[in-house]
Design a protein around this ligand. Structure first.
Ligand SMILES: [Zn+2]
Length: 328
């Protein structure tokens, strides 16, 4: 298996990847599949094939608990608009330019065509992801709806296609007991929904991380966890880690457009919520000055490996945004 592989899933049933239950009993879904969910589904497939004892094998631990990365599965529509991008505050006219990217030095505050103010992206998805919702309930043994158990669940629609990258030892997760994994169950209530087919492309090459002269532009496709030298959360990537991966010295963060996010989750084995942690939000963008331009090979490695801590849990994945129009 190569250093990285591209995985594409096609939903054969609706998929619900739960976010927080809201006060109005609606359960939102992620508009993509987080890397942690992909990792959990692949591990479940291994356990289904080889039994619970496989979780004690060195092969399993290296694949699922090792240095690999399980990236999120996204469509072009579900990826966030980078936080460095400015758009019209109000509706743009047809003649207007649509985006300005501060990571490329485009610092306009108003549209030169219509004069409207421009505002930074909040990391919203670039397009509309088709969702459907279903209302379900839990019944008591007497057949009465349990208090507080009627809720509406939104789900990703059947036939949606989502893609992402696995890097390093995580690529081994796609083959178990000599047989490739061709189907998975993703998300909650897997007996009722969540089936996907899996296509693996070992020859695909990722888009190169954006490069301007000796600078690189990094954009987070998933929340990222960074620590400073004292172990405290920070919103800046580790330049030593970047220098190691790129093979050239990463000297300075010259631009950062970030937000904090709170990341929790559900620990399936214990049936308890995981502690909520601070992470840098998806869509956050950095411009980083390097001693010289990194090689294309190292930029491909970085694109599929991601940055920061807990990459095997889907944190720190990167993406490449459409290149902005030239500055006018
Ligand atoms: Zn305009």
């Amino acid at each position: 298996m190569s250093e990285y592989v591209r995985i594409t899933v096609t939903l054969t049933q609706p998929v619900a990847v739960g976010r927080n239950v809201r006060a109005d009993s609606r359960q939102d879904t992620h508009n993509h599949v987080p890397g942690s969910v992909l990792r959990g589904a692949l591990a479940a497939a291994w356990i289904h094939r080889r039994g619970q004892e496989v979780t004690r094998s060195s092969e399993f631990l290296e694949t699922f608990e090792g240095t690999g990365s399980f990236g999120p599965l996204h469509s072009a529509d579900s990826l966030p608009v980078p936080l460095s991008v400015k758009r019209h505050k109000y509706e743009a006219s047809q003649r207007c330019r649509s985006e300005w990217d501060a990571a490329y030095g485009q610092h306009a505050t108003t549209c030169e065509e219509c004069g409207d103010p421009l505002v930074f992206s909040k990391g919203q998805p670039r397009g509309r992801v088709p969702l459907e919702s279903r209302t379900t309930t839990a019944l008591t043994p007497e057949g009465v709806v349990r208090d507080g158990h009627l809720f509406t669940q939104s789900m990703l629609k059947e036939e949606t296609r989502l893609s992402g990258w696995l890097h390093g030892p995580a690529t081994h997760a796609l083959c178990c007991a000599g047989e490739p994994i061709r189907t998975l169950s993703l998300g909650s209530r897997r007996s009722l929904r969540g089936s996907v087919t899996v296509d693996v492309d070992t020859t695909a090459e990722p888009d190169l991380i954006e490069c301007v002269g000796e600078d690189i532009i990094l954009r987070l496709a998933a929340p990222a966890v960074f620590c400073d030298d004292f172990g405290f959360p920070t919103d800046r990537p580790d330049l030593r880690e970047l220098s190691d991966v790129l093979g050239v010295e990463a000297l300075e963060v010259t631009g950062a457009w970030t937000r904090w996010d709170e990341v929790g989750g559900w620990h399936a084995a214990s049936g308890l919520p995981k502690p909520v942690e601070r992470a840098v939000a998806a869509g956050s963008t950095y411009r980083i000055h390097c001693a010289k331009a990194p090689s294309p090979e190292s930029l491909r490695t970085l694109a599929t490996r991601g940055i920061g801590l807990r990459r095997r849990e889907g944190f720190g994945a990167l993406y490449v945004a459409p290149r902005p129009e030239a500055h006018t």
